[in-house]
Design a protein. Sequence first.
Length: 360
Amino acid sequence: MKRRMYTFILLILCLTFVAEAQENVPLQEIKTKMELQKENLDHRLDMLSKQIDDVLWYQKVGDVAWIDKLYIYGPPPWKEKNPTSMSAGNPVKFWTYAFFPKNLDTSKKYPLIILPHGGVHADFTTYHTHIVRELVAQGYVVAAPEYRGSTGYGKGFYEKIDYGGRENDDILATRNYMLETYRFLDKDRVGLMGWSHGGMIALMNIFDHPDDYQVCFAGVPVSDLIARLGYHQQDYSDEFSADYHLGQTVYDNVEEYKKRSPAWNTQKFRNTPLLIHTNTNDDDVNVLEVEHLIKSLKADGKKFEYEIFQEVPGGHSFDRMDTPEAKKIRVKIYKFLGKTLKPANQINTEEELQKAGYRF
């Protein structure tokens, strides 16, 4: 099915190419138009994929959770294409997934977990199914923001990306919205957990807003953008230096990249209970980034917990998978969070995790 669809699209593009070539349109102009058509098509496919995945959420966790998708807002874009336009300075609107335990009793108070997704221009998908099931089973309410720059919402939202910048404020906006809207949430039991880019966002939030979160887990967190862009390929760097994003390379503005990197901001960390995980065979967030973060926290005299896992299968995804090793590690994470957030049904064993996260 996909092969037929892509063949059809390629045929249309080729026909367009031939038609315009016959009209003596310059080759470069034709190439530019084809690239724009492909870009627009990519966004439409992302939007379709998002709509399909939204349906799958109800199928995969609907037996244990009430699911909602909330339309809220964060601060304005960090830079405006047209600063004198009527819309300049308007807040950025975004979606947030919310998962509530099916047996929720509104006369009681519940802990809240904010779970930002990872990836550059990624989104919150059913990849997180078992994690959401495990959290809801313990009695957590889970909010997963589709912060600015997430995919599946069109080109305009995609190009609002602000990696390490105001996307962090979208997470705080989600936290505030949830507490203001649902009175059964306990403002003194709010936790952050995230992996990769989501781990970086979690760290930046507890650095900048230490009074608003009571505990944090950061798994394989992006920690040092300067080092990161040094060991990734050029196309990765190009995403950050695009006109709609930072617009400059690390060489052009090293201070801007430092400002957006947790390892260069550890002096702001106070005393939020913090657990950091990394894996020596991670081929996405190299362990050297997280080691820099750990060393910086230690140099600043900060109190926190961490574990550097040695060659655990799965690399970057080692503790999010469905393997026995991943489940064992997630039990550690839940026990760490539970010490502070005290959910009603704390997971303490792999057997409890298996029962909570999987259908039989």
